[in-house]
Design a protein around this ligand. Structure first.
Ligand code: SF4
Ligand code: SF4
Length: 480
């Protein structure tokens, strides 16, 4: 589907290569899509600010925060899922599902993410609401902007920026609360008792919120966000996008209430759709890259259609297929099941199934082994060869476990654990609940049993439930 790449009306600057952008002051609108946007804003902000306070009982000694990135403990918690650093593939899976869900959402309903749920949209909408409450609607804001600085302008601008900074700080604080026990952390932050790194994170996230939503606004969507550049590739003729029904609207022109629209278009050229648009475009010029699909122009135009007693939907959320059908007087049809929606859905189902399988059969023990390099081996006085290893056992259950460790594939090998058993065939390793045990091991074997400089050796770790974890390493010795 072709999406025009012309700059939005508010950004056009003649033939110059660079044109200074004008601040866009969208007009207040009422209607169905505005209501959806309020709901979306409420839900996303509620999630962002309240999610860190959700609790999840994981048993004694374990964090009770439902969503937590525990950097000091090296764990991620998401309700019943606990992710160790070795299991980042779960994060990869979640990101893959989110990306494909975004593709599916785009194929079905266009830029519904951009228009309603994206953080940039939500915070820009909130910042504009603050401006509207303090200064007034579009005309009052334009008037204030053009006025020379005086006490009134200073006070109003000061209140707006102070409110933006409070919102931005709250956004930054909400971000940091996902990294610690939120109730305690919030108190510590407010009382100035937190680490300087936490205040740094609040400043960075809050600063980005203040700059992007307060000043960047539609420029972020148009020039910074990569999604707007490739979203058209996910659309087809049945994807719902915001469109102007030119066949019905043209020839446009001013009109009086009660006049006949016989022989002319329904667009009364009131430009309400343009002044309500948060990205400053004229949707009557066709689908554009700068259109975030927020639907506010639809509400604005429907209000005008009602006023002139014309049918609603001159601007609508519809597919290009339906627009063409209507132009020809044919019935509209909605086709949800298409090859791309089927493929995206199948990809989500398969990724979810793979992740569910991985979770259901998740290992409760992980092992890392590192051969000591300096020295590679030591020849003891009896002629036997000794190698050192650092052996780590990740006990991924919430109870202390005692594992049995033995060496395989190296005849007559004996094990010694620093601080534990010495010269045994099998040793016991105790690991704390949900913890990592790090052991320094020595393996000693007769030189006659080695196969040259490098002999393969296996460490077999047996958990109390009998499950074995086998890891391979090398046993170094002198060249034969
Ligand atoms: S053209 Fe309409 S849907 Fe697109 S960004 Fe502007 S107001 Fe929103
Ligand atoms: S709001 Fe509707 S009637 Fe007014 S200019 Fe836009 S398309 Fe035309």
């Amino acid at each position: 589907m072709a999406i025009a790449t012309r700059p939005p009306t508010g950004l056009q600057g003649g033939d110059e290569a660079y044109a200074e952008s004008k601040t866009i002051h969208p007009r207040k609108v009422k209607g169905q899509f505005r209501a959806y946007k309020w709901w979306a804003m409420g839900l996303t902000l509620a999630f962002w600010h309240l999610a860190p306070f959700m609790r999840w009982d994981r048993g004694p000694g374990a964090p009770s925060q439902a969503i937590l990135a525990d950097l000091s403990g090296g764990r991620g918690y998401f309700f019943f899922i606990e992710i160790w650093p070795q299991e980042v593939y779960y994060i990869t899976g979640l990101l893959a599902i989110s990306a494909i869900a975004l593709f599916l959402m785009s194929a079905l309903a266009g830029r519904v993410w951009c228009g309603f749920l994206c953080w940039q949209t939500v915070y820009t909408d909130l910042f504009v609401l603050v401006e509207r409450l303090v200064v007034g609607d579009r005309n009052a804001r334009i008037h204030l902007e053009r006025r020379p600085w005086n006490a009134d302008k200073l006070v109003k601008r000061g209140i707006v920026h102070a409110a933006w900074l409070v919102i931005a700080a709250a956004c930054g604080i909400a971000f940091t609360l996902f990294f610690g026990n939120a109730p305690d952390m919030l108190v510590d932050i407010l009382l100035g008792r937190e680490d300087v790194a936490v205040y740094g994170a609040i400043a960075v996230v809050g600063g980005c919120c203040y700059l992007l939503a307060g000043f960047g606004r539609e420029q972020v969507c148009i020039y910074m966000c990569p999604y707007s550049r490739f979203q058209a590739a996910m659309f087809d003729e049945h994807s719902l996008i915001v469109s102007y029904e030119g066949w019905r609207g043209e020839t446009r022109g001013g009109a009086r209430r009660g006049q006949s629209f016989e022989g002319r278009g329904h667009c009364v050229d009131c430009k309400m759709c343009v002044v309500s648009c948060p990205t400053g475009i004229d949707i009557r010029d066709g689908s554009q890259l700068a259109c975030i699909g927020c639907g506010l122009c639809i509400d604005a135009c429907n209000t005008m259609m009602d006023r002139y007693k014309l049918p609603r939907g001159l601007i609508s959320y519809d597919s290009s297929f339906n627009l063409e059908a209507r132009a020809k007087g044919e019935p509209a049809k909605y086709k949800l099941v298409r090859s791309r929606t089927v493929i995206y859905t199948a990809m989500i189902v398969v990724t979810c199934a793979v992740m569910a399988y991985a979770l259901a059969f998740r290992k409760s023990t992980e092992v890392n082994i590192l051969h000591e390099r300096s020295p590679l081996y030591v020849q003891l006085s009896d002629g036997s060869i000794r190698n050192g290893y650092v052996y780590k056992v990740l006990n991924m259950v919430r109870e202390e476990r005692t594992f049995r460790l033995q060496v395989a594939a190296l005849d007559d090998a004996r094990l010694s654990v620093v601080g534990g058993d010495s010269n045994v065939a099998t040793t016991e390793l105790k690991v704390a609940p949900d913890g990592v045990g790090t052991f320094t091991l020595f393996v000693t074997a007769p030189e006659a049993k080695l196969h040259g400089k490098r002999t393969p050796v296996f460490f077999v770790l047996t958990a109390p439930d009998g499950r074995q974890t086998r890891s391979e390493s090398l046993f170094a010795g002198p060249d034969k």
